[in-house]
Design a protein around this ligand. Structure first.
Ligand code: CMP
Length: 140
């Protein structure tokens, strides 16, 4: 299995509750290495562009509003099979469906305020990592 990178976002509900360190500890305990990380405030244009794939979905406007409502921490995670491993650590999108012990089951507030985002495929991971980070900012 090849070493992979995936894009992770710690969302505004988590930065607001001061649990970015708690989330990072869970990622690291699972074997994901944080090889790039920055705390930023997304602009509306950025949020809309990042979630462009969901443009036609009924939750798109509200999601963009939420993602710009406070700081986020964007990060690149590295591990063997990082995309799938991070999705396992995060749990299902809806915290009500997430397996016990996952970040979303334990920490998320709602389907929208679900604490973390993670890329859903290696192709999307490459696109999402490049959306936020230059090669020089990623230090493995
Ligand atoms: P994320 O993994 O960042 O991808 C899209 C986000 O949209 C998702 O997590 C949720 O925060 C949000 N969302 C809100 N409503 C829904 C929904 N009905 N289905 C999927 N995602 C939703």
């Amino acid at each position: 299995m090849a070493v992979e990178q995936t894009l992770s976002i710690i969302k505004p509900d988590a930065t607001r509750r001061n649990i970015t360190g708690a989330i990072n500890a869970r990622l690291e305990e699972a074997g994901l290495r944080i090889v790039a990380q920055k705390r930023i405030r997304l602009g509306r244009d950025q949020a809309e562009a990042f979630y462009d794939v969901h443009k036609e979905r009924p939750f798109y406007d509200s999601l963009c509003e939420f993602m710009t409502s406070g700081p986020v921490v964007v990060q690149v995670l590295e591990a063997e099979n990082a995309v799938a491993l991070n999705r396992e650590v995060m749990g299902a999108t809806n915290p009500a469906d997430a397996a016990p012990g996952t970040i979303r089951a334990d920490l998320a507030e709602s389907l929208e305020a679900n604490s973390v985002h993670g890329s859903d495929s290696p192709d999307n991971a490459a696109r999402e990592v490049a959306f936020f980070f230059s090669d020089e900012e990623i230090v493995g």
